[in-house]
Design a protein around this ligand. Structure first.
Ligand SMILES: Nc1nc2c(ncn2[C@@H]2O[C@@H]3COP(=O)(O)O[C@H]4[C@@H](O)[C@H](n5cnc6c(=O)[nH]c(N)nc65)O[C@@H]4COP(=O)(O)O[C@H]3[C@H]2O)c(=O)[nH]1
Length: 761
């Protein structure tokens, strides 16, 4: 019988007994009852014990329950405050659980997130990543990871890493996701990517080496410049780039400076893979370990081949003449400076030549600039053939060259003799015919020579003196050379002082016009007057044009002076017009080449004539033959425009220049003025007589008016009159004088004429 059955039986028996009224009798008379009571006692005691045990167990259970509760609460606390976010989703993406870390990160309350869809927190661009990750978890029921950005309305997207674990649950699959914020890693990753692309895309070559100079990184620019591919250089020593152009010491110094100063900069020649060496501008830097020892060396460099070429080109353009390749004025200055210093230091003599091609302008204007350029190049070449290597030839511009002969020895005589022989050689070499573009040209040069340091030791004076000497050569027939003499120095100073004086005269209105009449041989009347400039120089009196016109032409001052003369002559005519007292029908004005060549010459003429309201026939312009041969086309155009305006045109000093019949025929000339040098000796020299006679008949044939200049006596007068000359000018009638005086002279002479006095003209 089992314990339970026994217990039930006992209970039954006991209940039966209890139904009896006198229990004690029953009990005394029933042995069974006694036994049962015993059993009951036993069971009661057992029950009491069990009860005690149960109470004990109950107490223990309570403790355990308390501990469990505590553990669960700790677990939830940990779950909530874990450094990573946790979220549990069902397969519909609904949030079933979420920890405080994640909720806080999203700045939302846990309760606001529970029951919501997790993908509403995923950044739109990354929805696909999350979707495919979930699909994989559900399908494969395996752990998955992914990286994506979360965001909320208030939080901008931030990168997280998801570790997703599926769990089978009685209510369906659960997805437990641990979420770690990886924003800082992503930033680092982006930084690294950026650094890598900066390194690679950098236009400069970058090489990183270990402390033993073994290359550990190179960039694209390095590959492109050197031709090495990355694999060929990684692990190799930096020295594979050495060109062999620098000695061992150079590299030792470079690395030593790099170690000491942590950086080094400079120019270095390296070698490309194909063996070609090239210049680099390089900047080396040391990256140190915390203990100060070098961790890496970084080399940033660029190929400066092109920069060097450009610099050479710029240098060439700055210091050399592009046409001839000869040193220009700036480089010459430098060489002259050095030569003067050397001459002093070594007690040596030297020479400077300034040379100029005779009549170069004529060639240039008539044959064109291309031939002019060829000619200059040929002259440069020939000059180079005449000098030693240590000498210098420079082109100053135009057709002006300078030769610098340095170190001509201590003896001045020998130095002069050497300089003379070089000058003779140059004159001879240059005069050899030059064939250019089917033209055979024969040219000559004029050379001025200054010896240094004896003549001067100042660069500026060297050039000025040599220039003056050359000028003298030009004056005395060209194709020669001349040395500077002390008197030339004086002249140079005077020329400078004249230039200053001319400026002063312009500013202070110190110029004056004198007039010399032209008398008609037939009518004996004064037809016109030539305006001749005078300079009332303070403390010096009247200065004549021969003393300043050339200087003003050379300095360009002739342009404002010429304008002043034109204005003044027109003012004079204008005043006659106003007072209706005109004894002289026109005034002729001398033109200089420079003035005539001004681009605005015609418009200036128009302006002046309009300004003074004069008739064009009241003005005559005297042009020298040198004006006519310059820039023929342009000259022709201007002359026709002047003719169009009605202005008379005269050729001055006819017979002394080129006297080309061609321009007499083709240009709109009205008057020829026979130069006074022919008139001077007209009675003594048969040639001059013949020339004058020829000019007169030429003029007649070409229907030109002919004027004789410098008529001083009756014989000359008679001769010219007889030969049919139209009018004359000269002291025979009157010297040039101020207009007021001249008008008095004319009136006197006119009254003598009308009184029938036997006048001498
Ligand atoms: N011995 C002698 N000389 C006589 C006689 N008759 C006139 N003369 C001088 O001969 C020169 C004639 O002027 P030119 O041939 O045009 O030569 C002029 C002309 O070429 C230039 N000139 C004068 N004024 C001007 C001017 O306003 N502009 C320019 N560009 N040149 C000028 O200066 C030159 C010299 O002028 P001037 O000294 O005035 O000298 C004048 C005049 O004084 C004479 O019978 N005997």
């Amino acid at each position: 019988m089992s314990k339970g059955e026994k217990f039930s039986e006992l209970r039954k028996k006991t209940e039966d007994i209890l139904k009896v009224t006198d229990h004690s009798a029953v009990i005394e008379n029933n042995i069974d009852i006694v036994r049962i009571l015993d059993d009951i006692n036993t069971y009661r005691m057992e029950l009491e014990r069990k009860n005690e045990e149960l109470q004990l167990a109950n107490a223990e259970l309570s403790i355990l329950q308390e501990m469990l509760k505590e553990e669960i609460s700790v677990h939830f606390r940990h779950y909530d405050i874990a450094p990573v976010g946790y979220v549990t989703l069902d397969t519909n993406n609904q949030i079933l659980e979420i920890n405080q870390t994640l909720a806080s990160k999203l700045t939302l309350h846990k309760n606001d997130l529970l029951g919501h869809l997790f993908n509403s927190l995923v950044f739109p661009d990354d929805q696909d990543i999350f979707y495919f990750c979930c699909i994989k978890i559900i399908n494969e029921k395996k752990f998955q990871t992914c990286e994506l950005r979360l965001h909320t309305k208030t939080i901008s997207p931030f990168w997280v890493h998801l570790d997703c674990a599926p769990e089978h649950h009685k209510k369906g699959m659960r997805i437990h996701i641990a979420i770690s914020d990886i924003s800082h890693l992503k930033t680092l990753e982006q930084d690294l990517t950026l650094s890598a692309s900066v390194l690679d895309e950098c236009a400069e070559m970058i090489i990183v080496t270990a402390p033993d100079y073994n290359i550990i990184k190179v960039n694209k620019a390095f590959v492109q410049t050197t031709g090495f591919i990355k694999a060929e250089t990684l692990g190799k020593n930096y020295s594979i780039l050495q060109s062999g152009k620098h000695n061992e010491q150079f590299y030792q110094d470079m690395w030593a400076s790099l170690k000491l100063n942590k950086n080094w900069q400079g120019e270095i020649w390296n070698k490309r893979k194909n063996g070609e060496i090239y210049p680099e501008w390089i900047s080396l830097t040391t990256v140190s370990n915390p203990d100060g020892s070098p961790a890496y060396y970084i080399s940033v460099s660029s190929d400066i081949t092109q920069r060097k070429k450009d610099a050479q080109q710029i240098n060439f353009m700055a210091y050399y003449d592009p046409l001839t390749g000869l040193p220009n004025r700036i480089l010459l200055q430098d060489r002259l400076k050095q030569a003067l210093v050397q001459a002093h230091r070594n007690r040596q003599h030297g020479a400077v030549f300034i040379l100029d091609i005779d009549h170069f302008k004529v060639i240039n204007d008539s044959l064109g600039h291309l031939i002019g350029d060829d000619l200059l190049q040929e002259v440069a070449k020939r000059l180079s053939d005449c000098i030693r290597e240590e000498d210098t030839i420079s082109r100053l511009g135009g057709d002006e060259f300078v030769v610098l002969l340095a170190d001509l020895g201590e003896d001045k005589k020998n130095a002069i003799s050497h300089a003379s022989s070089v000058a003779e050689k140059i004159i001879h070499t240059i005069s050899e015919p030059i064939i250019t573009q089917e033209n055979k040209l024969q040219i000559t040069v004029s050379i001025g020579i200054v010896m240094f340091p004896d003549d001067t030791d100042q660069i500026i004076d060297l050039m000025k003196l040599a220039d003056n000497a050359m000028y003298k050569v030009k004056q005395s027939g060209r194709n020669n050379y001349k040395f500077v003499t002390p008197s030339l120095q004086k002249e140079a100073d005077e020329r400078l002082s004249v230039q200053h004086g001319l400026h002063d005269a312009l500013n202070r209105d110190l110029f004056e016009l004198f007039y010399q009449p032209q008398i008609n041989f037939i009518t004996q009347a004064v037809s016109g007057a030539e305006a001749l400039i005078r300079w009332q120089k303070p403390n010096s009196g009247l200065v004549y044009p021969d003393d300043f016109i050339t200087i003003s032409e050379e300095s360009g001052l002739i342009v404002p002076i010429g304008t002043w003369v034109l204005e003044e002559a027109c003012r004079q005519i204008s005043s006659w017009n106003t007072h209706k007292k005109q004894l002289i029908s026109f005034i002729s004005v001398n033109m200089s080449v420079r003035q005539f060549q001004q681009k605005n010459f015609i418009s200036e003429m128009q302006r002046i004539m309009l300004n003074h309201n004069i008739q064009p026939q009241q003005l005559e312009l005297e042009l020298t033959e040198s004006i006519l041969i310059h820039n023929l086309d342009e000259t022709k155009r201007k002359l026709f425009e002047l003719r169009e305006m009605g202005i008379r045109l005269a050729i001055d000093d006819f017979g002394t220049g080129y006297s080309s019949l061609q321009y007499l025929k083709n240009l709109p000339i009205d008057v020829i003025k026979i130069d006074q040098s022919f008139i001077n000796d007209i009675l003594l020299d048969v040639n001059d007589r013949a020339i004058v006679q020829t000019i007169i008949s030429l003029a007649k044939n070409l229907n030109l008016w002919v004027v004789a200049e410098g008529v001083v006596n009756q014989e000359q007068y008679e001769f010219l009159k007889e030969k049919g000359c139209d009018s004359y000018q000269g002291y025979y009638y009157s010297k040039p004088m101020p207009m007021a005086e001249l008008l008095g002279v004319i009136q006197d002479k006119n009254s003598e004429l009308s009184a029938g006095i036997n006048i001498k003209y």
